[in-house]
Ligand binder design. Structure first.
Ligand code: ATP
Length: 497
C-alpha cells in the first residue's frame, strides 16, 4: 500500500480540483501554488541526485591505490611530457619566483584504452595530490544550470578534500571532456554552454599562490571536437598525445600484466607483442586476463603460449560461437581463408601466424597476420599487396566454385578503404587531387579500375598454387587450425616440388 502512495496522491489531485470547481471555488491560486511546489521539489531532487551520484562515482578515485608512472607500460614520450608539465606544480616556489603563470590544465588525447586515466592517477601520485575523477557525461542534464552546478561542486569538493587530507594540491580528472567541451554553435545547446562556461570560469579562478592548487587533467578521444576557448593559453594549454603502443610498449604492458600471473617458462612474450599490432593497453590487459581464464578452464597451473594465442584471437575477433555449418559451407570457408593466407605469404613471406576455421564473432574463419615489424608509412606497392591479400578469399571462391558468396563483403569494404587511402595520398593515376571534390562516379571508376586490375593479378597468382589449396584443405578441415609454421611447411613443400 505504502508503495503506491505517490500514485494515489497524484490521482487525488484532479479529483480535488474538479470538486473545488464543482462547489464554485476559484482554483487558480491553488494551481499556481501546486506548480511552484512541483518545481522546487524537482530542483531539490535533481541536486540531491547529483551530489549522490558524483560522490559515489568519485569515491574510488579518491581512495585509489597509489599509482605510479612505473606501473604504466610504454607511453614513454607521454610520461616524459607529463612529468615535465607536473614539475610546474612540484617546483611551485621556483615557478612563482620567475613569474611563470601556473599550469592549469593538461589535455590527454588519444584512442580509448591507451592509459589516459592511468596517467592522470600517476600524475596525482607524482605531485602528492588528492585525486578526483569525473566523466563529461556526468555533467549533462536536461535542466539548465545543473551541469554548471556540478562543475562548481567538483572544484569545491577538490579544495575541501585536499584541505582535509592536508595536501597542498588536487588533481581533477575529467574523462570524455568533449561531451561538455564541444564546439559551441551559439544555438540550441544552452545547458552545455553554461556547463562549459562554468568550467572556464573555474579554470580562470585558479591562481599561482592559492592553496590548495588545483590541476585539471582532461582526456578525450576526439580533440578536433573541442571548443577553442578550452584550448587557448591559460586553459588546457598542454596537449599530450597518448597513442597506441609500439612493439616495445606492448611488450612492457604485457610484462606489467603478467607480473601477478604464472606464465610458463617457454612463453615468449615478445612474440605475443609482435602478434598484437594495433592493440591498446586495455586490449593487452584483456589478452593476459583471457589467457589466464583459458588456463583455468583447462585446469593447468601455468599460462602457455597457446592460451595467449587463443586470447589474442578472442580479443581481436570475439568469443568462439557454436554455429554449426554444413560440410559444403565449411569447405568454402576453408578455401576462402586459404586464398587470403596463400596471398599473404606470397606478398609478405613469413607473415601468416594462423589460419583458422572456427567461427568467432561474425567470422566463420579467419587468418591472423603477424606484421613483421610495426609500420606507420605505406608505399603504393605495399597497399596494393594489402588489397590482393584481402581479395584472395573472393578469388579462391571464384577459382573453385565459379562464383563468390556473401563472405567477401568485409574484404571488399577493406579493399575500398585502402583505395580511398591510395587516392587521398596521391598514389593513383589520378595524381595529387583533393579527394573531397571527387564525384561519386569518379570514386566508382577508380575503385573499379584498381580492384579489377588487382583481382585478376590475384587470381593469376593463386592459380599457380592450386596444389597448395588441395594439400592444406584436408588438414585445415580436419584440425580446424593451421599454425603459421605448419602452413608455410605445406606451401614450401609445393614450391620445392
Ligand atoms: P578511455 O579513453 O576509454 O577512458 P583510457 O585511455 O583512459 O581509456 P585507461 O582507463 O587508462 O584507458 O586504461 C584501461 C585499462 O587498460 C587500465 O586499467 C589498464 O589495465 C590497461 N592499460 C591501458 N594502458 C595501459 C598501459 N600503458 N600500461 C598498463 N596498462 C594499461
Amino acid at each position: 500500500m505504502r508503495k503506491y502512495l505517490p500514485e494515489i496522491a497524484i490521482g487525488l489531485v484532479p479529483v480535488l480540483i474538479v470538486f473545488l470547481i464543482f462547489i464554485g471555488q476559484n482554483v487558480v491560486p491553488v494551481l499556481m501554488l501546486g506548480a511552484l511546489g512541483f518545481v522546487v521539489f524537482y530542483a531539490a531532487r535533481g541536486r540531491g541526485k547529483m551530489t549522490a551520484m558524483t560522490g559515489q562515482q568519485r569515491r574510488p578515485g579518491t581512495k585509489a591505490e597509489p599509482f605510479s608512472f612505473e606501473q604504466i607500460g610504454g607511453q614513454e614520450r607521454a610520461k616524459q611530457e607529463l612529468i615535465e608539465a607536473l614539475d610546474f606544480l612540484v617546483k611551485q616556489e621556483q615557478i612563482a619566483k620567475l613569474g611563470i603563470r601556473p599550469l592549469k590544465g593538461i589535455l590527454l588525447a588519444g584512442p580509448p584504452g591507451t592509459g589516459k586515466t592511468l596517467l592522470a592517477k600517476a600524475a596525482a601520485h607524482y605531485t602528492d595530490s588528492i585525486y578526483l575523477a569525473a566523466s563529461g557525461s556526468e555533467f549533462v542534464e536536461m535542466y539548465v544550470g545543473v551541469g554548471a552546478g556540478r562543475i562548481r561542486d567538483l572544484f569545491k569538493e577538490a579544495r575541501t578534500k585536499a584541505n582535509k587530507a592536508k595536501k597542498s594540491s588536487a588533481v581533477i580528472f575529467i574523462d570524455e571532456i568533449e561531451v561538455i567541451g564541444g564546439k559551441r554553435d551559439g544555438g540550441q545547446q544552452r545547458e552545455y554552454d553554461q556547463t562549459l562556461n562554468q568550467l572556464l570560469t573555474e579554470m580562470d579562478g585558479i591562481h599561482a599562490n592559492e592553496s590548495p592548487r588545483i590541476l585539471l587533467i582532461a582526456a578525450t578521444n576526439r580533440k578536433e571536437m573541442l571548443d577553442s576557448a578550452l584550448l587557448r593559453p591559460g586553459r588546457f594549454d598542454r596537449h599530450i598525445s597518448v597513442d597506441l603502443p609500439d612493439k616495445k610498449g606492448r611488450l612492457h604492458i604485457l610484462n606489467i600484466h603478467a607480473n601477478n600471473k604464472p606464465i610458463a617458462e617457454d612463453v615468449h612474450l615478445e612474440r605475443i607483442a609482435s602478434e598484437s599490432f594495433g592493440f591498446s593497453g586495455a586490449q593487452l590487459e584483456s589478452v593476459m586476463n583471457e589467457a589466464a581464464i583459458y588456463a583455468l578452464r583447462e585446469n593447468t597451473d601455468k599460462i602457455t603460449e597457446n592460451h595467449l594465442s587463443m586470447a589474442i584471437d578472442k580479443v581481436m575477433m570475439g568469443e568462439k560461437t557454436d554455429r554449426e555449418s554444413s560440410k559444403e559451407e565449411r569447405e568454402r570457408v576453408a578455401l576462402h581463408e586459404l586464398g587470403h593466407a596463400i596471398m599473404a605469404e606470397i606478398v609478405r613471406p613469413g607473415s601468416v601466424s594462423q589460419v583458422a576455421l572456427s567461427p568467432r564473432g561474425q567470422a566463420l574463419g579467419y587468418v591472423r597476420h603477424n606484421p613483421l615489424q610495426d609500420q606507420y608509412l605505406y608505399t603504393e606497392s605495399f597497399l596494393n599487396g594489402q588489397i590482393m591479400i584481402a581479395l584472395g578469399g573472393a578469388a579462391a571462391e571464384e577459382m573453385f566454385y565459379g562464383g563468390r558468396s556473401t563472405g567477401s563483403k568485409n574484404d571488399f569494404e577493406q579493399s575500398m578503404s585502402i583505395v580511398k587511402t591510395l587516392v587521398e595520398s596521391g598514389l593513383t593515376d589520378l595524381g595529387i587531387i583533393d579527394a573531397s571534390m571527387m564525384t561519386k562516379e569518379a570514386w566508382a571508376n577508380i575503385n573499379r579500375t584498381i580492384l579489377d586490375k588487382l583481382m585478376s593479378r590475384t587470381k593469376e597468382t593463386l592459380e599457380a598454387k592450386r596444389e597448395v589449396f588441395a594439400s592444406s584443405l584436408e588438414t585445415l578441415l580436419r584440425e580446424e587450425t593451421l599454425s603459421g609454421d605448419e602452413f608455410r611447411h605445406l606451401l614450401n613443400a609445393d614450391t620445392a616440388a
